[in-house]
Design a binder for this molecule. Structure first.
Ligand SMILES: Cc1cc2nc3c(=O)[nH]c(=O)nc-3n(C[C@H](O)[C@H](O)[C@H](O)COP(=O)(O)OP(=O)(O)OC[C@H]3O[C@@H](n4cnc5c(N)ncnc54)[C@H](O)[C@@H]3O)c2cc1C
Length: 341
């Protein structure tokens, strides 16, 4: 029998940021990855402290940004790579009125810069507002390197976790005895008999990978209807859409059309769509993550509901969950599963 402190089920932002806490604190654990590569792997990687529709600020934005920077520098120590791309978001203004509103809001919200910019190669007649402290995560390398690190250090089990194989009374899964188990399966939680009833809902998002005929000069993240930023070899990420109704596991032509139309309106030159990807954001009505334990199996925890902010929420609340488990720190009341009971 193997003995570990933790089992983690899942391999997205929730699972990997929690795994980092365990690595940092030298805890023993196994992480189960079914290799499906869902929402986190298709995410844009945008780290955004502002709400770009209303020009307000994201919940606990400064605390979350600060915590993320610390975590990424800690991860860099063992993967030897920096995943933070410090290129800010530029929000393209639709008209003068929006620009005035931004300027007014920038008096209270430090994330909204008072300096306006104009970008070449895209239509931005009313200029763009820059979001201070926004950045991007190098999503592909982050997941590749962390999964490799877990594999090399004997933490990774590449298989679908089978819920029927848990001995709930003895806290044993197959030949693994664990102290606590963290379920971080994103929308996969619907197959989890212990937590299938938590109120997370899928919000399907598509993005395109496009090749532009004319390069966009600056490598900022530019946002009009959707985000665009450079990947590699003159390809760009463009997305993502939001759709609560289409939940089948196939590409929706309507989402692709929406994206190509929006890009044509905004980018005046030719482009080719070279790839389409989609995933399901685990969203919660009150826009807060969900963390808590099972009413009967007290060492069974769920970590879910990261919504559209998987990176910031994932890291910040992985720390809160870890501290709760190891030092008894209170789970933030706004994310506590108990709010639904
Ligand atoms: C198009 C799009 C763009 C986005 N862009 C951004 C962005 O720019 N910035 C941002 O912060 N957020 C973004 N998000 C949101 C972010 O992706 C989600 O909040 C985040 O991915 C949720 O992470 P998670 O770990 O909870 O779930 P997931 O990423 O879905 O990961 C769960 C994983 O668990 C695995 N799993 C499930 N069941 C089992 C099992 N039984 N055994 C083993 N493994 C299992 C699944 O295969 C899956 O890989 C975007 C989302 C989409 C769809």
């Amino acid at each position: 029998m193997k003995n570990v402190d933790y089992i983690i089920v899942g391999d997205g932002y929730a699972a990997l940021f929690f795994a980092h806490q365990l690595i940092k604190n030298k805890k023993s654990f196994y992480l189960f990855s079914e290799g499906k590569r869902s929402a986190s792997f298709v995410s844009a990687g945008i780290i955004n402290p502002a709400v770009l529709k209303r020009f307000t600020t994201f919940w606990l934005a400064q605390e979350q940004i600060n915590a993320l920077k610390i975590t990424l520098s800690e991860i860099e120590v063992y993967t030897h790579k920096n995943y933070l791309i410090e290129k800010p978001i530029l929000r393209v203004f639709h008209d003068e009125k929006e620009k005035e509103l931004w300027l007014k809001k920038s008096n209270e919200i430090s994330f909204l810069s008072k300096d306006f910019l104009r970008v070449n190669s895209v239509k931005n007649p009313f200029e763009c507002g820059l979001v201070n402290q926004s950045a991007r995560l190098n999503v592909r390398d982050f997941f590749t390197d962390l999964i490799n690190y877990l594999e090399q250090n004997d933490h990774l089990i590449k298989e679908k976790f089978n819920y029927n194989m848990i001995n709930t009374e003895k806290s044993i899964y197959k030949d693994i005895q664990f102290k606590s188990i963290i379920f971080a399966e994103g929308m996969g939680v619907k197959d989890n008999p212990f937590f299938s009833d938590i109120p997370v809902n899928p919000n399907k998002g598509h993005h395109l990978e496009v090749r532009l005929s004319e390069k966009i000069e600056e490598d900022f993240t530019i946002k009009k209807k959707h985000f665009i930023f450079p990947l590699i070899d003159n390809t760009y990420y463009y997305g993502g859409t939001y759709d609560r109704d289409q939940i089948h596991h196939k590409i929706d032509d309507s989402a692709v059309e929406k994206l190509t139309n929006a890009l044509s309106e905004f980018y005046p030159n030719d482009f080719d769509v070279i790839n389409v990807k989609f995933g399901f954001r685990p969203t919660v009505k009150d826009r807060r993550p969900i963390i808590g334990n099972h009413s009967r199996y007290k060492n069974f925890y769920v970590f879910n509901g990261l919504g559209a902010r998987g990176i910031l929420n994932g890291n910040y609340f992985a720390i809160n969950l870890y501290q709760h488990l190891e030092t008894g720190e209170e789970i933030h009341p706004e994310v506590n599963l108990k709010r639904f009971q």
